[in-house]
Design a protein around this ligand. Structure first.
Ligand SMILES: *Cc1c(COP(=O)(O)O)cnc(C)c1O
Length: 394
């Protein structure tokens, strides 16, 4: 059996760096060094300065490249550092098409920063391929996807977008934070660059901030590596190790959390005080079929809409298990309020246009017992006033 035949679950544990070649250590050594002694004036060693390369970081970069099936991986100080560095592939006068309900930080990068450098953008509903096609311009260089999207879990047909991009000479970027390569491998579907906030499921323990990028081919990998080195937002050795440790349990964590997420989504969708549930694992979700086709699961994040802000407040005062916080993808369940958290950078008008209303909560399901989670939600929902349900979008 060759490495290629191993399942993803096995590959998480068995890679080139599973045993340190020098010492036999079964955990990648943390090389806390900023520079490397050169033994010979004429022939420098593999490493010279840690911004350009560090063995601990390299172990993580190799691991994610292999898991995503790409040519080269790069580790950054945050997801936004990875995303922003990838955007540096663009030049003045270029145009980028961005999915409408993109992560708030990416929205800010595109609207506040790229615009100052003469890089144009258009936001488009990527669930509609015709709309996407109609927004492509002669100077469109990148189509930027996030699927399932944040926080409404809209599903983009990855292959459909890739075909459009190829026909128009554009690159495709995809933020794969919500599903990770465990559930979705965009490079296999033709995407050029996969981006991650490894802060979330990949590291998985709410204890580190990290970003990753994987390029599909060596040429693009080389260009991205030069930008990583030039911009300098690399991930420190200690944090690389934390992400590597988190990766080892990715399979079991996502398996457990996704199965709980489905049960919770089903429970919430039956609850009279919940207006709408957004989860691509529910058969009535508009992206269900696409999700089934292009991914191995629906993931561990769902959103649901209560009547209004007051209902959200009552729920939050009464739940005992989930933490109420920015972020997702931790071992503990996390409830977030997109309007004031992930999408605070988006003006209210833009938010509401995208359906990110004041009654919307996002739930990142952790590793608690699912019956305990449901009981906790049930007790809290009990405290909400009864609402009329005719406006439910089911
Ligand atoms: C958190 C997040 C980011 C940003 O990552 P950081 O590590 O916080 O910089 C980008 N995209 C998505 C989908 C995220 O959830």
């Amino acid at each position: 059996m060759s490495n290629q035949d191993w399942s993803f679950q096995t590959k998480l544990l068995h890679n080139d760096t599973k045993v340190d070649k020098e010492t036999g250590a079964v955990s990648v050594p943390i090389h806390h060094t900023s520079t490397f002694h050169q033994f010979d004036l004429d022939e420098f060693g593999k490493y010279d300065y840690a911004r350009s390369g560090n063995p601990t970081r390299e172990a993580l970069e190799q691991a994610i490249a292999e898991l995503e099936g790409g040519a080269r991986g790069m580790a950054f100080s945050s997801g936004m550092a990875a995303i922003s560095t990838a955007f540096l592939l663009l030049s003045q006068g270029d145009h980028v098409l961005v999915t409408e309900d993109v992560y708030g930080g990416t929205f800010r990068m595109v609207t506040d920063v790229l615009s100052r450098f003469g890089i144009e953008h258009t936001f488009v509903d990527m669930t509609d391929l015709h709309k996407v096609a109609s927004e492509i311009r002669p100077n469109t260089k990148v189509i930027y996807m996030e699927t399932p999207s944040n926080p409404l879990l809209k599903v983009t047909d990855i292959r459909g977008i890739v075909n459009l991009a190829k026909a128009n000479g554009c690159l495709t970027f995809l933020d794969n934070t919500f599903l990770t390569p465990e559930l979705q491998r965009p490079l296999e579907l033709g995407v050029d660059v996969v981006l991650h906030s490894a802060t979330k499921f990949l590291a998985g323990h709410s204890d580190v901030l990290a970003g990753l990028a994987v390029a599909k081919d060596a040429e693009l990998g080389d260009r991205l590596y030069k930008l990583q080195n030039a911009f300098g937002a690399v991930l420190g050795a200690q944090d690389c190790w934390l992400v590597l440790r988190g990766l080892k349990t990715l399979h079991v964590r996502l398996k457990q959390s996704s199965s709980s997420a489905l049960k919770i989504a089903e429970y919430l969708s039956r609850h009279p005080k919940v207006e709408t549930v957004y989860y691509p694992g529910l058969s009535y979700h508009p992206g269900y079929e696409t999700q089934q086709y292009q991914a191995d699961g629906a993931g561990a994040v769902l959103s649901f809409k209560l009547a209004d802000r007051d209902a959200v407040k009552i729920l939050l005062q009464n739940v005992k298990l989930p933490v109420f916080a920015v972020s997702l993808g931790g071992v503990e369940s996390i409830l977030s309020y997109p309007a004031k958290m992930s999408h605070a950078a988006m003006p209210q008008e833009e938010r509401e246009k995208r359906g990110i209303s004041d009654g919307l909560l996002r739930f990142s399901v952790g590793l608690e017992n699912v019956d305990d989670l449901i009981k906790d939600l049930d007790d809290a929902l009990e405290k909400l006033p009864i609402i009329k349900k005719e406006e439910s979008v089911r």
